[in-house]
Design a protein around this ligand. Sequence first.
Ligand code: F6P
Length: 536
Amino acid sequence: MYSINPTKTKSWKALIAHAETSKGLHLRDLLKEKNRFESMHIKVDDLLIFDFAKHRIDETTLKLLEDLFDECKVQESLEKQFSGVPINRTENRSVLHTALRDPSTDPLIIDGKDIREISKIELHRMYDFAESIRVGKIRGHTGKIFKNVVNIGIGGSDLGPHMAVEALKPFSNRNLKFHFVSNVDGSDLHECLLQIDPEESLFIIASKTFTTQETMANAQVAQSWLIQKLGVHDCIEKHFVAISSNSKKVLQFGIKKENTFGFWDWVGGRYSLWSTIGMSLCISIGSDNYQKFLNGAHFIDNHVKEKPFRENIAKIMAALGIWYRNFMNATTHAVLPYDQNLNRFPAYLQQADMESNGKSTDRNGVVVNYSTGPIIWGEPGTNGQHAFYQLIHQGTELIPADFIASVAPQHPLYAHHSKLLSNYLAQTEALAVGKPIATSPHKEFQGNQPTSTLLFDRMNPFSLGALIALYEHKIFFQGVVWNIYSFDQWGVELGKDMAKTILPEIEGDDSEHIHDSSTKGLINHIRVLSNKTDNN
Ligand code: F6P
């Protein structure tokens, strides 16, 4: 990968100067410009319209951001990613989740293997298995049809499938109930087990490494629970499947080879929804719909590869994010789906974005002197309107936001949908133009809060695939400009290691460990209280 300090580019310096002169711009005035909407929206066939007219930008801003992308070699980096160059340098891995959704059969050789061939074989195994569950061909130990699917996984092995199963509920097999257990807080698994009949429950243990503490703890308890309920050890064969790149650990755990679905090092955890990690989604919506989901993402892969900057949605999204983060000091970015079924989308994006671009060391190993990834947050509209929108409208923060919705509803309550869409549009308009004159200063709205509008024709497997892929590429483009490695996640390791040291101490081990005074005090407090509870 290239290593270009963005602050040393001509365009970065020009953007700093341009940001100074742009301070006086107000969206109320910008939106009066002739042809503003015409020149600042991108329409993609019958899929979506992306409106970026409600941003504090003008033609100069866009030109300079485009220059920045050129100077930072964004397009060249994208080509390297697609061709399999190991751009995840700190782990020495290629980044090829895009290959999973590419129908091409042209060989793409990584570590001596044609990854197109091996991934298609594995995906087809998943399709067969998912269909067999859906039609009741594969059944539980006592011959009963599965009615519950429990996905046990965390991070990328949970957030993606969970979000997508929710988002595509209208396409799901309603005879099946889906449960997602991720947390090592025992309540998560305990509450799930209370709801399900062991004879009718399939457990999917989803973990790339098959070593993650939370997932392994939950999988082991689920396994013991099932054996105890069904009375025989053999039941595991019928009720447990594994999704992992670590086949050795899966075998040790006791899940047979036929029930193990693989994926590979060149698929990052938070980008793994396109692999067999999508098993729960595939069971829910069926393999035909699952393939449409992959097609939607592949469609966007071609869009981002082929379209010039001004017609490229992911590049514009990325560029706008950089504009606000680096030149206007925005610290957060809100993602606001006006789609209840997308209620897990902000949580999913938090991992995708913050685990990718929450870095402060550049590709040369040098600490950066500019801001990188913002805090991503959000909730579905209209719920958010009755909670945190007050701060966006009248607070002191600049908060760029993405408003996501579909013209067609996913339900038959049409009057509700008109109300939803009127709120969706009203909020972006109110945020942009505000209300500068009112009967009291407390009732004034400054406006000038920037928003992007992503309006799909309808939400379905294809459009969900497209939506996710747009954000994946946005994240990648930003990581390239910020000169960071977007595909590793070393920042999650330290806390994991420390928890391993603290665990035996909490459980009563008396050996001396070095901790800061606060942590030591809290460990002692827990030990004292736990002893009291044990003695009562
Ligand atoms: O939180 C760190 C992380 O490594 C994520 O990147 C990953 O998605 C998650 O843990 C789960 O990992 P695994 O799939 O190996 O259990």
